[in-house]
Design a protein around this ligand. Structure first.
Ligand SMILES: *Cc1c(COP(=O)(O)O)cnc(C)c1O
Length: 431
């Protein structure tokens, strides 16, 4: 990570990497889909496997020179299946989105009906958004949450019986509560639909066994490997053994080209690491931190969607405050706290404005932030809410936030080259 050759050949670009490092280090990162990868994940993502082109599965490759990659892919299978207790895994998929493409390619025909979580209650784009190309090929129906902010399972069951979908998807990007996977799988079975969970947001919590797993219940489980899993920018798909062949064909040649062996290697490392006590402890603290922050924010009169959280994220409903989601995202960003605006259930505001923000605890927890620091962070969020346009307040909070984050470095200093450290805010200060 010294960027030695980049710095020599392209100082302009190297400068941007330095700036981004400084930004990440200085900022209280609370975008719920972000996490900080362990150093081996970064090393392996840039490893020699980048050079190798390969298609197909171990034993049935389309190119020569596959022997070592075969060993690595099989090792990934073994680790992933053990970690998640899964019958079958495909580790070739490029991302969470491409994991979903694999499953659709495996089991759906054009015109088939997919039932998923409402997009304005944060089902994912790939679950049926008209803005996503996949929606052109399928019919979509959507279930949602009730007034309490939790999935309405009765509505879900009624809709499934009436609509007779081919596939029922659960899993979302801003749902702070546990999902009753067993119940949804049962409903799918009753109506003869496939069941699928997209656990992109919670895969790390599932791997560390701090929340229940969808894998024993669902026909297919897809995931991104970023977010709480804290690994490479990539994906993974699990399924019941009886669907193994379909899934593998849906992945290649169904929806992908050559494998990204470099990120596969990084995932392989993470499948081992995620079974460790260290990872378990981080994930357990993530949930503790999220619940603690809910309680702190409630002291300042913030409304929390569904009244709390069971996982790594919480959604703040700002309608009782004098600020909308977009203003709050911008103000907090100026104050050194990174979140995203978020639609709340039955949100009267437009999707590009919104009435809420989503806050995730993964990245700050990885850096060592605990209850004591969250007391301050909650206070900062409250100060910004009360004066989102007061540049002095935003600047003051930013100074305090940067000061705090200095005590929680993302990576050991010796990992970076001398130049990178010199350019770093630890030397220069950002504000
Ligand atoms: C983030 C997300 C995805 C997409 O994952 P990428 O790795 O970004 O493609 C899919 N589904 C859900 C529910 C997500 O939150």
């Amino acid at each position: 990570m010294s960027l030695k050759e980049t710095r020599r050949t392209d100082p302009e670009l190297a400068g941007l990497i330095d700036e981004e490092l400084a930004r990440q280090e200085a900022c209280v990162e609370m975008i719920a889909s972000e996490s900080i990868v362990p150093l081996p994940v970064m090393e392996l993502s840039g490893s020699i496997f980048t050079n190798k082109t390969l298609e197909g599965l171990p034993g049935a490759r389309f190119q020569a020179g596959a022997g070592i990659a075969d060993k690595m892919e099989k090792l990934s299978w073994k680790r992933a299946k053990e970690l998640f207790g899964a019958e079958h895994v495909n580790v070739q998929t490029y991302s969470g989105s491409s994991a979903n493409h694999s499953v659709f390619a495996a089991i759906l025909e054009p015109g088939d009906k997919i039932m998923a979580m409402r997009l304005d209650q944060d089902g994912h784009l790939t679950h049926g958004s008209p803005a996503n190309w996949l929606s052109k090929f399928y019919n979509h129906v959507f279930y949602g949450v009730d007034d309490s902010g939790r999935i309405n399972y009765e509505e879900l069951e009624k809709m499934a019986k009436k609509e007779q979908p081919k596939l029922i998807i659960c899993g979302a990007s801003s749902y702070p509560r546990l999902i009753d996977y067993e119940k949804i799988a049962k409903i799918a079975e009753e109506v003869g639909a496939y069941s699928m969970c997209d656990m992109a947001h919670v895969a790390g919590l599932v791997a560390a066994k701090v929340i229940p797993s969808p894998i024993p219940y669902m026909d297919f489980v897809t995931s991104s490997t970023t977010k709480t899993f804290c690994s490479a920018r990539s994906g993974m798909v699990f399924c019941k053994e009886k669907y193994a062949k379909l899934l593998d064909k849906g992945t290649f040649p169904g929806s992908m080209g050559s494998i990204h062996l470099n990120t596969m290697a990084a995932k392989c490392w993470s499948f081992k690491y995620a079974a460790s006590e260290e990872f378990h402890n981080i994930m357990a603290q993530v949930v503790k931190n999220a619940q603690f922050l809910v309680a702190e924010l409630q002291k300042y009169g913030f409304e929390i969607v569904s009244g709390g959280t069971d996982n790594h994220l919480l959604v703040v409903d700002l309608r009782n405050k004098n600020v909308n989601g977009r203003q709050m995202q911008d103000a907090l960003d100026k104050a050194g706290i990174s979140v995203n605006k978020q639609v709340v259930p039955f949100d009267p505001a437009k999707p590009h404005i919104t009435s809420g923000i989503r806050i995730g605890l993964t990245a700050v927890t990885e850096r060592g932030i605990k209850e004591k620091e969250l007391v301050k962070i909650a206070e900062w969020i409250s100060r910004v809410t009360d004066a989102p346009e007061d540049e002095e307040v935003l600047k003051q909070v930013r100074r305090e936030a940067e000061e705090l984050m200095k005590n929680f470095p993302m990576y050991p200093a010796e990992y970076f080259g001398e130049q990178q450290l010199k350019n770093n805010y630890r030397e220069k200060g950002l504000s």
